[in-house]
Design a protein around this ligand. Structure first.
Ligand SMILES: Nc1nc2c(ncn2[C@@H]2O[C@H](COP(=O)(O)OP(=O)(O)OP(=O)(O)O)[C@@H](O)[C@H]2O)c(=O)[nH]1
Ligand SMILES: [Mg+2]
Length: 441
């Protein structure tokens, strides 16, 4: 899907991954290549320029958070900006009772209706189809076919020319058997007055709780005009973009809808009834960029201690304030930064007889114990008497003796922090910590 767009973006990012050093020239050429790729994907020129500028600004200004290299940080910025760019994560109504699809000729309404029937069936709803396309001669046959493929009841009488009569009888017949009714409608070559009138009356009669506008992706940025036009007319609740599989213009269609304010809820990625996806900007962009491990990378950054927090922690340490909350942050940081071995690096020799793996496992358990404490207990560890420790042990599943051991370790760390603040010592500090560390292992 979206071969060309993905390829262009990936090749732009490749330059960053391969560059020896990420400097402003690298960032500049990355932003420019992304801009060009988007424009060739029929994204509005001004929009593409704005995105490129945002990437350049952020990559130039922001410092990588703890846990991310400069390179990873730039990739993360590109990812985040693209996610914002293609739209918001939609709210999918998982229990609609009546859903109407609207759109121009051949946009994929009837096919998408079948896809929606399958989608909602999988969510456990009983679905029924009602065919209101009274204009195209073969329309009723087509929807009956679709209903057969999904094995759902259908009301699509041939020869009936009054859509409102179909709605009335359809609802009467199918609602006892279905939780959700899906209504097909006729297309037109353009959003003319006639179609406008028909859809308005139809929507008034059906009273749908979802009206999805079906737009083919190959429309590119022209999707905006349609989204706005239909929105004004029948008040659409979302967009179903079809044929994402066969066009280079999908980026244009997505961003155009996003600009129009109409949320893209579903995308169609093939002719089969299974070829439907809930639109998820994050998944979409990850796939586009071809980074299967992108999520992991981003989570790593999200969870590592943010720089401000790390600074605050150091300051608190220097002031000799060091609560169980601070201790917990430290424990967490050790886990996130790739373990004790990585964190200590060459700066500090691992004391003899200390098994780092064991220590990490232990620290994880300590973390659970601290999470089971009340806020007050974390701020004032002196409160932790036998009965409180018993309660925490029950809550966390960590034995009482391990909790006591943790408290001892905390006490050591607190003493170290006092030492640091009292002496303002820099030299020899590591050696002190190393010694203490041995003490708690
Ligand atoms: N490749 C691809 N083809 C699709 C997709 N969705 C629909 N189509 C095809 O688009 C064509 C038109 O689909 P229909 O569902 O008949 O469109 P419609 O909007 O109901 O058409 P009218 O009722 O004539 O207005 C069919 O050949 C479908 O197979 C999609 O996501 N990908
Ligand atoms: Mg149709």
């Amino acid at each position: 899907m979206l071969e060309k767009l993905g390829k262009g973006l990936r090749s732009a990012l490749d330059k960053v991954t391969k560059a020896g050093y990420v400097d402003s020239a690298v960032i500049e050429s990355l932003a420019e290549e992304i801009r060009k790729t988007l424009i060739s994907g029929d994204v509005d020129v001004a929009l593409a320029g704005k995105l490129a500028e945002a990437i350049k600004q952020r990559a130039g200004k922001e410092k990588p958070p703890a846990g991310l290299s400069a390179r990873e940080h730039v990739i993360r910025i590109v990812y985040e900006e693209l996610v914002k760019f293609v739209g918001k994560k939609p709210d999918i109504n998982l229990k609609p009772r009546k859903l109407l699809v609207v759109g121009l000729f051949g946009s994929g309404k009837t096919t998408s209706l079948g896809k929606l029937a399958k989608f909602y069936q999988k969510k456990g709803l009983k679905v029924g189809l009602i065919g209101c396309d009274v204009h195209r001669p073969a329309a009723m046959d087509q929807i009956q076919q679709v209903a057969k493929q999904c094995a759902v009841p259908v009301y699509a009488p041939k020869g009936q020319k009054d859509p409102l009569a179909i709605v009335k009888t359809g609802i009467e017949q199918l609602s006892p058997r279905a939780d959700l009714l899906l209504f097909d409608s006729s297309g037109r070559s353009s959003l003319d007055k006639e179609l406008a009138e028909e859809l308005k009356t139809l929507a008034k009669d059906i009273e749908p709780d979802e009206v999805l506008l079906v737009i083919p992706a190959d429309l590119g940025q022209a999707a905006r005009e349609q989204a706005e036009g239909f929105s004004k007319l029948v008040g659409i609740t979302g967009v179903f973009i079809t044929k994402m599989d066969g066009t280079a213009k999908a980026g244009g269609a997505l961003t155009a809808c996003s600009v129009s304010g109409a949320p893209v809820k579903f995308i169609g990625i093939g002719e089969k009834l299974e070829a439907i996806e809930v639109f998820d900007p994050e998944n979409f962009v990850s796939r586009l960029l071809g980074f299967p491990d992108l999520k992991t990378l981003l989570e790593k950054a999200k969870e590592a201690i943010p720089q401000e927090k790390a600074k605050e922690l150091t300051e608190r340490l220097m002031e000799g304030k060091f609560t169980l909350d601070d201790f917990y942050e430290q424990i967490k940081a050790v886990g996130k930064m790739g373990g004790l071995g990585d964190m200590l690096g060459s700066a500090m020799p691992v004391p003899k007889g200390v098994d780092l793996d064991q220590q990490e496992k232990k620290m994880k358990k300590w973390g659970f114990a601290i999470q089971s404490m009340t806020k007050k207990e974390r701020a004032e560890p002196n409160l932790l008497n036998e009965s409180r420790i018993r309660r925490i042990s029950k809550g966390s599943g960590i034995s009482e003796s391990q909790i006591k051991e943790m408290l001892k370790a905390y006490d050591q760390a607190r003493k170290v922090s006092k030492l640091i603040s009292a002496g303002g010592m820099k030299r020899g500090m590591l050696a002190q910590i190393a010694k203490r560390f041995k003490g708690i292992a």
